[in-house]
Design a protein around this ligand. Structure first.
Ligand code: AMP
Ligand code: ZN
Ligand code: FE
Ligand code: FE
Length: 282
């Protein structure tokens, strides 16, 4: 049996492994296919494809776009995208700039609260990748202001609504779906069961997204219980959507490594690729 993990992050966003390491660790764990799906960037895709060629594992170019839907954050995955598309790059650049400005503002707020961290430190932690709260958290940890990354995500620091929290620019899910499809990709709603501000997406939410071109659903995810996965699997099959799954592994920064916990049978990747080809021919 061949297996895939269609949701992995790298240092191009807030993961701790480089794209090359992601590919290598996935191969070591027996995967024959992965998708690199970094937050709002395709900056790691070229390196992952190159590594995939060298190590003999299939890499699917992907992205995970953060959107705002009914006051909640909903993530839309884009698969088999033309990651070199100029239009896509321009859209993602808007995101990257917004993330940098927002990161800088959180640092300013923290400094006003008396925490001696600098934007330069946060930037160097983020490296080439896009800037997120995890990078600010690592700067706080490095200075000893917190004892664990988790602690940063509390009202004291940069938890949602917290003292130094700054909201991030987000596009609407309709726009995200369009950006993905314009780049020849397949749009899939990520982990529908775990949106914190709501109790998981419901059938009418998915109907809404499908109306704007959504093609698939991430049924299997490390934060979906078996019941939740079964619920969404039923919904996705009933609606004729593609079914996908991934670990959402961010490397070693969580207590455990998530890579290997979701093994998606390869036939679902074949279905996905067929849809992408269909979109190309149109
Ligand atoms: P951002 O997109 O910059 O707002 O940061 C969100 C990212 O922070 C998520 O993708 C997670 O990787 C990370 N994150 C969110 N909540 C927590 C938490 N409680 N503990 C550790 N990491 C978290
Ligand atoms: Zn993340
Ligand atoms: Fe996500
Ligand atoms: Fe993710």
């Amino acid at each position: 049996m061949r297996f895939a993990d269609l949701h992995i992050h790298s240092t191009a966003s807030d993961g701790t492994w480089t794209p090359r390491e992601v590919v290598r660790f996935a191969r070591d764990r027996g995967f024959s296919c992965i998708a690199l799906a970094d937050h709002d960037t395709v900056g790691g895709v070229a390196e992952a494809l190159q590594a995939g060629d060298e190590l003999g594992i299939e890499v699917i170019p992907a992205v995970e776009l953060s959107t705002l839907y009914r006051e909640a954050e909903v993530h839309i995955l884009g698969y088999c995208i033309d990651y070199r598309s100029a239009e896509l790059q321009a859209q993602l650049q808007v995101f990257a700039d917004a993330r940098r400005n927002r990161g800088r503002r959180m640092v300013e707020k923290l400094r006003d609260l008396g925490f001696d961290i600098s934007w330069e430190e946060v930037k160097s932690i983020a490296g080439e990748g896009s800037v997120g709260r995890p990078h600010v958290a690592r700067a706080l940890l490095a200075k000893g202001y917190i004892g664990s990354i988790k602690e940063a995500f509390t009202p004291e620091f940069i938890g949602k609504g917290g003292r130094a929290y700054v909201e991030r620019y987000k596009m609407r899910p309709e726009e995200a779906i369009k950006v993905i499809k314009d780049a020849g990709g397949v749009a899939v709603v990520a982990h529908p069961g775990i949106y914190k501000d709501m109790s998981g997406l419901e059938r009418d939410d998915i109907d809404y997204l499908v109306q704007y071109g959504l093609q698939g659903m991430e049924v299997w995810h490390t934060e979906h219980s078996e019941d939740v996965s079964a619920y969404y699997e039923g919904m996705a099959r009933e609606m004729g959507l593609l079914l996908t799954g991934g670990s959402d592994c961010h490397g070693h920064n969580k207590e455990e490594t998530l890579l290997g916990k979701i093994r998606l049978p390869y036939r679902y990747v074949e279905e996905l690729k067929k849809k992408a080809l269909g979109a190309e021919v149109r």
